[in-house]
Design a binder for this molecule. Structure first.
Ligand SMILES: Cc1cc2nc3c(=O)[nH]c(=O)nc-3n(C[C@H](O)[C@H](O)[C@H](O)COP(=O)(O)OP(=O)(O)OC[C@H]3O[C@@H](n4cnc5c(N)ncnc54)[C@H](O)[C@@H]3O)c2cc1C
Length: 377
């Protein structure tokens, strides 16, 4: 072993979870080495919408973590120099049951820490000219949501951490074994005091028995990128509609959700079967990011289903007027999905911590969670 190879902390994984832990540790003055198996990040963290989405989190620890994360995103983006848009979000309602859920949410959580306001159709139109007006009952405006371009941010953050705090990066190094105080990749061994394993959907390489014992599986999501025929199209806030209300935990306590759920099941059972709800985000280049679907299994089907993409685009068309869309990319991403909790923080042996299971909210929660985890050192 090279005697030079030592650090206080090793991080396994250069997705948003690993980067957030590296950031928090570096800020506390630790010497940190970060490993990723790939030459550059290609996991869930670059395949997502880039939405920081506090509105989806339940009041309490979820919302608190999301709002603290939002603060860190704003600071990191400013310092590292990548695009971030604090453009808020808009949930739009076309049916009485959707409007009921938005009203109930806004009433029962008026003091919970959300920053929401109900809007009548005319006010919705002022927030976004691209929401369909016909049949619109109103919308729920929230001003805490932000958008980043994940492809830019996730590649920029490690470079900035290197420049500003001396992060040591080892991209293209798979960590194959940890026997404390040593971390081994196929090419190097490092002596470290602590390890944070932020390995995303790879449950198979490190501590597979720990993942076997957790209520965790994988979720595959289909996504698309599109450009519009409308010049300089600007969606304003990130947009979503009724199907999203049955997706996020934040709305699950609304009694009025049952009626909405039943109506959508009658209207088209495929929405639930394919796990389809729609978010529309826009990046700094004006491109539209459209998704998604949810399919759960430990081994992920490698082939994308075009019928699912059509279901997504059909629903998007029901509440937006985006001109003619040209789909420029299609892909899928995979994240670990934990049952019954919003994160998994497990110590398989002394000085090793696995941080995983942030599901569909890793961009929203990672900085806040990392602040808590590294704060305990
Ligand atoms: C399509 C899609 C849309 C989403 N949209 C959003 C959104 O808008 N907002 C939001 O908050 N969340 C969203 N999410 C969820 C979010 O992307 C994830 O929760 C988050 O990216 C998980 O981050 P991670 O670091 O755990 O995983 P990853 O980004 O997958 O990173 C894990 C990294 O670990 C590396 N690795 C694994 N094992 C090893 C090893 N043994 N040695 C070295 N390296 C290793 C991998 O190469 C990988 O780079 C979305 C997810 C998907 C898939």
């Amino acid at each position: 072993m090279n005697s030079q190879n030592s650090a206080d902390i090793a991080i396994v994984g250069g997705g948003i979870v690993g980067l957030a832990h590296a950031y928090m540790a570096l800020r506390k003055g630790y010497r940190v080495v970060l490993f990723d198996r790939e030459q550059f990040a290609v996991g869930a963290s670059v395949r997502n919408f880039g939405l920081i989405w506090p509105i989806g989190q339940e009041p309490g620890i979820g919302l608190d973590r999301a709002l603290r994360s939002r603060g860190h995103w704003m600071e990191v983006a400013g310092q590292a120099g990548f695009w971030i848009n604090p453009n808020g979000s808009l949930h739009v309602a076309y049916h009485e049951d959707e409007w009921d859920v938005l009203n109930e949410f806004n009433t029962i959580y008026s003091d919970a820490g959300y920053s929401t306001r109900l809007l009548h159709p005319e006010a919705v139109a002022l927030k976004s000219a691209l929401v369909k007006k016909e049949g619109l009952k109103g919308g729920l405006w929230s001003d805490t949501e932000c958008t980043v371009n994940p492809r830019e941010a996730i590649r920029r953050i490690p470079l900035w951490l290197q420049e500003k705090y001396g992060l040591i990066t080892r991209f293209g190094h798979v960590v194959t074994r940890i026997d404390m105080p040593h971390v081994h990749s196929a090419r190097e061994s490092w002596k470290v005091d602590k390890v944070f394993v932020c390995n995303g959907a790879d449950f198979e390489t490190l501590y597979p028995e720990v993942f076997d014992a957790q209520p965790i599986t994988k979720c595959k999501l289909q996504m698309m990128k599109a450009v519009s025929s409308i010049d300089n199209l600007n969606i304003g806030p990130s947009l979503c509609a009724g199907l999203t209300l049955r997706h996020y935990a934040a709305f699950s306590k609304c009694a009025s959700l049952t009626k909405l759920d039943e109506r959508y099941d009658t209207l088209n059972p495929a929405y639930k079967k394919e796990g389809v709800h729609i978010l529309l985000a826009q990046n700094g280049q004006g491109e539209l990011i459209i998704g998604d679907s949810h399919h759960y299994s430990k081994t992920v089907e490698p082939f994308d289903n075009e019928e699912v993409n059509e279901l997504i685009l059909g629903y998007l068309d029901s509440f937006t007027q985006l001109g003619d869309l040209k789909i420029t990319e299609r892909w899928h991403g995979v994240y670990p999905k934990l049952k019954g909790d919003i994160s998994m923080v497990v110590e398989p042996e002394p000085d090793v911590t696995i941080v995983n299971g942030l599901g569909g909210a890793g961009m929203t929660l990672s900085f806040g969670l990392a602040e808590e985890v590294i704060g305990r050192l």
